[in-house]
Design a protein around this ligand. Structure first.
Ligand SMILES: CC(C)(COP(=O)(O)OP(=O)(O)OC[C@H]1O[C@@H](n2cnc3c(N)ncnc32)[C@H](O)[C@@H]1OP(=O)(O)O)[C@@H](O)C(=O)NCCC(=O)NCCS
Length: 242
């Protein structure tokens, strides 16, 4: 099936799905309930989020960064229960442990930096060819040589010490060596100067943009940039959230 045929099928499926959802909402809530829902959504106005897509070529001979500090950097797995508990407690986005375990089961990799046996930074990477992006709630696809970097943070008292670049540098070398990855990408909020600074130290640059506008519970996703998740189709996508 070519891309046009795939797009046509998607359009038809979307139309059928939308009609089915409208009927089921009307059946479930009645006309008054459905009207109330529309009014509530209208009151919320337009919700929107705009992000930079950033990326970095991993050199084939990329060596592990030399860690001169008293940090211990390593990958953890689903069996590192104590580390997972500690990470859940300090997680910047308060992602529940159950969701974290699911991410491990899906094959995501997690790297941590420890200082005096306590986690001070954490970074996740997706190496499977497609995945549901946690924040945007949309599917993204990767080329076989690509990896997706996300869920990185340093605990507030350790910020500004160059820990995240060390951790990402370690992760990049590891996925290049073990999985043959040559390109890593991710997104960052346009106002997140700290993350942009941290990754620019490793040579990450802006390669595109993505985000959404949302009104009446309907999300209009966009994605641009030739090297920004270039396998992902469609680049513009409508999603019903009800
Ligand atoms: C973004 C973040 C991961 C950077 O980690 P880090 O280990 O502090 O990285 P660095 O030490 O390289 O610092 C990067 C920049 O953060 C800023 N920074 C420095 N000290 C800081 C502090 N105490 N608090 C916040 N930001 C600080 C500086 O601009 C610094 O750049 P500089 O080294 O050129 O001065 C960290 O600030 C963080 O966890 N933020 C909240 C979560 C987040 O935004 N994650 C990224 C999601 S895409």
């Amino acid at each position: 099936m070519n891309l046009e045929q795939e797009a046509e099928i998607r359009r038809k499926m979307f139309f059928v799905y939308t009609l089915a959802r409208i009927f089921s909402v009307l059946k479930e809530k009645g006309l008054i309930g459905a009207t109330r829902m529309v009014v509530q959504q209208l009151k919320r106005g337009v919700v929107q989020s705009h992000l930079y897509v950033i990326g970095h070529n991993i050199l084939p001979n990329n060596s592990m960064p030399v860690i001169e500090t008293d940090l211990e950097i390593r990958q953890i797995t689903i069996s590192d229960n104590d580390d997972i508990d500690e990470m859940t407690e300090i997680d910047e986005w308060q992602i529940p442990k159950s969701a974290t375990l699911k991410m491990f089961e899906e094959g995501q990799l997690c790297y941590i930096a420890k200082h005096q046996n306590h986690i001070v930074a954490c970074q996740w990477v997706v190496i499977t060819k497609e995945f549901e992006e946690y924040y945007l709630r949309r599917e993204l696809r990767l080329s076989p040589n690509e990896a997706y970097n996300w869920r990185g943070f340093t605990v507030p008292t350790f910020r500004g010490k160059g820990i995240l670049p060390l951790l990402v540098g370690y992760e990049e070398s590891d996925i290049a060596r073990r999985f043959g990855k040559t390109f890593i990408l991710g997104w960052v909020r346009t106002d997140n100067q700290s993350m942009l600074r941290a990754l620019s130290k490793l040579g990450w640059t802006r390669i595109g943009g993505m985000g959404f506008f949302q009104i009446l519970g309907i999300r209009f996703h966009y994605l641009w940039g030739r090297h920004a998740f270039e396998r992902t189709r469609p680049r513009f996508k409508i999603q019903i959230l009800w």
